[in-house]
Ligand binder design. Structure first.
Ligand SMILES: [Zn+2]
Length: 287
């Protein structure tokens, strides 16, 4: 059985950006572990920080059950403040969990993306990108090796959420798992309500309101989430050349960088180690 670790700063990131893929992989026998870097203490509207943390944690547990995430590890760094935490401190925790759980794949934000407004996303992406190679070094954090089974290790695949159109190299078909993604994300009501409120405030400054946003904010966000994600997922599937009516999530998947083609040509199986899944990468970026 292969393992995947999702490193995300916030409770809703995994559900929103790779929830369909996680649901699919867990059904296919993968063990999925979520490492949440922050405490999400401020992602709410009208609640105290304590109440916010409590609700976001329990709603994340509910979403994780729906998606088949088997373990949630909370690092509890203060939310929206990762810019103040030394990068090597966040990186050390990522290195430790990579060495401990030995994931075949990791998921996180793209460290080289453009138009990323959230510094927590940028910091976690950079920490994971460095942890990827630091985890291999036996002279980096040798204190980890005192724990049995924790040893130098390299992840095979880095799956970066593709938020900028030109950076997609892989589309995962999630058609069958789309309802699970909607159900999971809709269950994270506290975080969603905070996102909707940001739109409401901005629209108010513009002098307008959008009834479907008001309805989702006051009542159930599931309908709105489904409408928006269906449109986006259908567009990604179309770009990837999947059939009519298919839905997909987009990633920039990196394995061996510039050596990908060379390794694909010359690699031979190692006896006793299961060979990883075959991947067909898109031969051009979108669009
Ligand atoms: Zn986030």
């Amino acid at each position: 059985m292969h393992t995947a670790i999702v490193f995300t700063p916030h409770a809703d990131d995994a559900t929103a950006f790779c929830g369909g893929t996680l649901a699919k992989w867990s059904v296919n026998g993968w063990k999925i572990i979520l490492v949440r870097i922050t405490d999400d203490a401020r992602d709410s509207v009208g609640l105290t920080e304590e109440e916010t943390k409590k609700r976001n944690r329990s709603e994340l547990e509910e979403a994780s059950k729906i998606l088949g995430i088997s373990e949630i590890i909370d690092l509890n760094f203060p939310t929206d403040s990762l810019a103040d935490i030394p990068l090597t401190k966040i990186r050390e925790r990522c290195v430790y969990y990579i060495r401990k759980f030995k994931p075949y794949s990791v998921f996180t934000f793209d460290p080289y993306t453009r138009y990323e407004p959230n510094m927590d996303h940028i910091r976690v992406a950079r920490a994971v990108e460095e942890a990827f190679w630091v985890a291999c070094f036996d002279l980096h954090h040798p204190e980890h090796f005192k724990e049995p089974g924790v040893e130098p290790f390299s992840v095979c695949e880095r799956w970066y959420f593709a938020r900028s159109p030109e950076e997609i190299t892989y589309g995962e078909d999630i058609t069958e798992f789309f309802p699970k993604k909607i159900k999971a994300l809709s269950s994270q009501k506290t975080m969603i309500k905070n996102i909707l409120n940001q739109f409401r405030l901005q629209l108010k400054t513009w002098g307008y309101k959008v009834p479907i946003i008001e309805e989702a904010f006051e009542n159930d966000p599931a309908f709105l989430i489904e409408q928006i994600l269906y449109m986006q997922s259908a567009q990604i599937a179309d770009t990837c050349g999947f059939g009519e009516g298919q839905l997909a999530e987009a990633f920039r998947v990196d394995r061996f960088g510039d050596l990908e083609a060379f390794f694909q040509q010359s690699a031979e199986p190692i006896e006793g180690i299961p060979q990883g899944p075959k991947r067909t990468f898109l031969d051009k970026y979108w669009p």
